[in-house]
Ligand binder design. Sequence first.
Ligand SMILES: Cc1ncc(COP(=O)(O)O)c(C=O)c1O
Length: 360
Amino acid sequence: MRAKHGGNIYETAKKYGISEQDIIDFSANINPLGIPYKLKETIISNIETIENYPDPDYKRLVLAIAEYNNIHEDFVIPGNGATEIIFKIVQAIKPKKTLLLAPTFSEYERALKSVGSDVVYYLLDEDTQFNVDKNVLLEKLKDNIDFIVLCNPNNPTGQIIGQNILKEILIECKKRKINFMIDEAFIEFVKDEKNHSLIGSLYDFDNLFIIRALTKFFAIPGLRIGYGLISNQGIKGKIIDGKEPWTINGFAAISGEALLEDKEYIEKSKEFFELERKYMYEELQKIRNIKVFKPYANYVFFKLISKDIDLKEELIQRKLLIRQCIDYVNLDGSFFRVAIKDRDSNKKLIEGLKEVLYDN
Ligand SMILES: Cc1ncc(COP(=O)(O)O)c(C=O)c1O
């Protein structure tokens, strides 16, 4: 089973005979501020790094991640993108029966299938904005579940689960000996991130596995850096013992250290997203024939209503690529996700949508 993801501009460019550079890609949720200036300098001045193997323990990167998150270095496992860590955690735990949200990021299910786990879904409801209802979820845990995966904010819906609800679920999971994995790949985009992350619970819960990524926030999908935060040293040891060496290349390791201490970029990005998210949400809400769900991260989820057109196709004719959510469990082709980009690009998308939705 190979999953489809946003960001495949190569396929789109080839299919439509358009140059990749001419496409504005709203299908991948990457910080439009681009890579921090200092990253270029770091990579260029460390070009000789590739003459050596990276430190197999990535000690400096681990320390940088621990410091950035204000936690103990023993809790950190760096990985080749968040995806590597998702697979490694699942393969170390080997759950028998897992509860997944639907819709959610598809790689969890692929990882679970690789170890033969049964999967049951909590089908999120459009009528409640795809929000997680604590009582429904707690009820579902009774179904012999031994592993749960949550994504906060969830991809593709952009909805957030409140920290209090998460803590209640975590306590119940601990009682029932259920391992709890939460993917916070987009959490840095959320306002008051600290009030939403579960990092503070790591010390008290050895059934908690947190996934983080540098990919989205630092605009480096091609470099591949993510990490896991795990207090359970037994499972962490199992992951490390079974992990191939040097999966993070030398440039990525050095870059990770530099990025996590770039406070200026971090602040600038947070300020940018607060403004631009508001702008996009307000402008998209004004457009007829779509229903927009309130965004909390760097992308907006919406539904096409009462219009019989191929929205994705129409927008590609205007060189605007958006993510149609047809391949997610519990969604159909009327749901779309668009990244929040720079103001000029966002305006082009809004204009494009109006043209397509009003003129057809
Ligand atoms: C929720 C979520 N987690 C993890 C990932 C993968 O991150 P990475 O590119 O760091 O492997 C994605 C990518 O789209 C994602 O949406």
